[in-house]
Design a protein around this ligand. Sequence first.
Ligand SMILES: Nc1ncnc2c1ncn2[C@@H]1O[C@H](COP(=O)(O)OP(=O)(O)OP(=O)(O)O)[C@@H](O)[C@H]1O
Ligand SMILES: [Mg+2]
Length: 414
Amino acid sequence: MFANIKSQIHKLAENVNKTEISRLEAMMEEMKSAEDLDELIVKHSVSQREAARICGMSEASFRIKAQQARDDGVIDDVKIHANRYLYTLEHIRRLMEWMEKPSWRDKFAECVVMAIYSNKGGTGKSTTATSIAAGFALDTTERPNVLVIDLDPQGSQRIFSSTPDDTRMNSLSAVDIMLGASGEEDDGAYAEYIEAGYSHEEILQESIYGTHIAGFDVIPAFPDDERFTAKFWINFAKGGKLDFVEYLNKHVVGPLKKYYDIIIIDTAPNISPLTWTAVESANAMITPVTPRMMDWSSTCQFLNTLSGQFDDLPSKGENLKFYRLVVVNYDDEKNRDRDLLNRIKDSAGPSLANNIIKRSHAFESAARKYCTIYDLKSKDAPARQLEKARDSVDSLVRELRLEFADIDWGGSNE
Ligand SMILES: Nc1ncnc2c1ncn2[C@@H]1O[C@H](COP(=O)(O)OP(=O)(O)OP(=O)(O)O)[C@@H](O)[C@H]1O
Ligand SMILES: [Mg+2]
């Protein structure tokens, strides 16, 4: 009987392998049409008056400056819609840089590498990662460059703005790069690029997808990233070595630090070699917690294991300069949530972020549409829900920004 089931499963595996969906097919589902992309870009565009205000100039001087920037090829043509100029986020960033306006990088020498880490599924890790990444990137004053690295093989960071005519050879995940660059794998997508003459830096650039929000990029994940864990344990069993957990920092995060101000790593809901790579690369960490008894109880267990996990890593967790628990999906109309929040506050003390991400349908709408809460239109969610979502993320982003400013991050971006 058992042998039958075994051969049945074997057959099943053979069959499903034949019909396995390719990366491209999987990504097609989330790809945006050129029109959708245009619409999103226009949504974040501002009028000439607003652009002048952001750049800290009068509209008259701004008009002259912007014309000069166009003549010098700093920005491309600015679209006009209903008699109004539409300055995109990209235009604003380029103009501000060209005018040498102070930026995030002038204040923060070191890249903030923030792991979103919790063993509990569905606590809002990916929502938090995407929302705060967008919140930071949309800050036109300081204009940080933000990258989200998806390390969850479920691939939840699907907000990238690839269109079906994207010409890259193949899509690489952080796992492909780690395994390829370390020489653990010589037959994957990474090896294909090397054979085609690309350098490591160029391969990294190829693996990054822009989004419709200028300054917000993504490295997506794929289901076969699961193999990292299997390979780790086989390697570990042979030599008891932990080299694998250093690969993300060595081959992906480290070389990208000079291009980004904030790198956010979204992890899978487990304690595994892949999530350890995130911890090993990070100098900041957030654990989102949903104010439900079971979730909090599970998070407490997780917190009990954290320092032990650090001790076992090569860096011993000593690179971490910032840690916060963030309450996510908080329903302010429920006594239950309020009571539990008070309990969490009592036990977490200063490790708890002051700002919480409230419960709002806007997050679910954004996830369904592969976009962020900042991209939703009024028909996508009721105004109150949209406002609640944006206000809570904006406040959290402001809090993080202020906290970051007080930290001595050490080192500097080369
Ligand atoms: N503040 C919120 N309000 C309402 N819904 C939310 C909120 N935050 C997250 N959600 C919803 O909860 C679900 C789980 O969120 P999310 O995918 O971010 O969690 P996760 O921790 O990344 O999950 P996983 O462990 O599977 O990776 C999603 O459907 C998301 O839309
Ligand atoms: Mg997730």
